[in-house]
Design a protein around this ligand. Structure first.
Ligand code: IPM
Ligand code: MG
Length: 353
């Protein structure tokens, strides 16, 4: 199993360091992993002038899976757009054809008080957001800042091909089939033609899945329902931009964005695995970042790319155990618990494994 490791920027190297230790611990059980590290994001701009350099592209293409920390930082905000760290992330997603982004929002009962919502609203929460990741307004052309009628205009294009909608609908319907058999598709069909097509194609594809109950919701309502009554959802499927926003919102239901892993998959099961949070420059280098989302991302990797369900479940159980033991990084800390740093949290997960 070849894994390309991309620590990235900010807290990336710290949290990925712990996730790599967890994977290494599995080696002792005979799981054969090969890991090689490369640069992506701001660190790659610093070293090679390109957020997704050729050497990284080669390694990522040859690997079976990619483990990513996070990219970005305020020092890069002044760079031209093609050199921004985020371009590296969008570049690798597109280059590897990682169109299916799975973002589970799962509430650990131990963290019910860490959520900003009432415990009874979020207790037992288990949502999967399926976000389309290589299309939509993120990649649509034309784009840019131009001059029209003597003033500047900013332009982006929301566009989806039927085939792009159909393949992400299929991923979401399959996922729903393995869970609570409910799928809610989110769009803005009352205003945007692009998402009228989205709704039509999802509806059509769902005919092949009579066992899955399909519903549709407008994105503004979905944003509201997520904080009003999040437990009504099982699987949600939506486009790139709405998915970006709704998945951050859903993460807070679970108490901390520091807990949520993600998988970005191509048609064949190759994947990039990363925490859904960012590079957190304010706490970078301090050894306090929560490594659990990245560690949980390795569990998703073992499950989705390598079909190692047992090892994946073991990592998840180990994370649950350290939470039960009362260990907390600062982002999920509450009085009465034991506050630990990044490395200590990693140590505890490995011990629990
Ligand atoms: C995410 C991030 C990225 C996105 C940024 C960093 C480009 O917010 O993975 O959700 O918008 O997709
Ligand atoms: Mg985002």
């Amino acid at each position: 199993m070849k894994i390309c490791v991309l620590p990235g920027d900010g807290i990336g190297p710290e949290i990925v360091g712990q996730a790599v230790r967890v994977l290494e611990a599995l080696r002792q059980d005979g799981i054969k992993l090969e890991m090689e590290t490369a640069l992506l994001g701001g660190c790659a701009v610093d070293a090679a002038g390109d957020p997704y350099p050729e050497a990284t592209r080669k390694l990522a293409r040859a690997a079976d899976a990619v483990l990513l920390g996070a990219v970005g930082g305020p020092q890069y905000d002044v760079l031209p757009r093609e050199q921004r760290p985020e371009r590296g992330l969008l570049g690798i997603r597109k280059d590897l054809g990682l169109f299916a982004n799975l973002r589970p929002a799962l509430l650990y009962p131990e963290l019910a008080n860490a959520s900003s919502l009432k415990p009874e609203v979020v207790a037992g929460l288990d949502i999967l957001i399926v976000r389309e990741l290589t299309g939509d307004i993120y990649f649509g052309e034309p784009r840019g800042i131009a001059v029209r009628n003597g003033e500047k205009v900013g332009v982006n294009t929301m566009i989806y091909a039927e085939s792009e909608i159909r393949r992400i609908a299929r991923v979401a319907l399959e996922a729903a089939r393995k869970r609570g058999r409910k799928l809610c598709s989110v769009d803005k069909m009352n205003v945007l033609e692009c998402t009228q097509l989205w709704r039509d194609v999802v509806t059509d594809e769902a005919k092949q899945y009579p066992d899955v109950e399909l519903s549709h919701m407008l994105v503004d309502n979905a944003a509201m329902q997520l904080v009003r009554n999040p437990k009504q959802f099982d699987v949600m499927v939506t486009g790139n931009m709405f998915g970006d926003i709704l998945s951050d919102e859903a993460s807070m239901l679970t108490g901390s964005i520091g807990m949520l892993p993600s998988a970005s998959l191509d048609e064949k099961g190759k994947g990039l695995y990363e925490p859904i949070h960012g590079s957190a420059p304010d706490i970078a280098g301090k050894g306090v970042a929560n490594p659990l989302a990245t560690i949980l991302s390795t569990a998703m990797m073992l499950r989705y790319t390598f079909n190692q369900e047992t090892a994946a479940a073991r990592i998840e159980a180990a994370v649950k155990k350290v939470l039960q033991q009362g260990l907390r990084t600062g982002d999920i800390f509450e009085p009465g618990m034991r506050q630990v740093g990044t490395k200590e949290m990693g140590d505890a997960v490995i011990a629990a494994l």
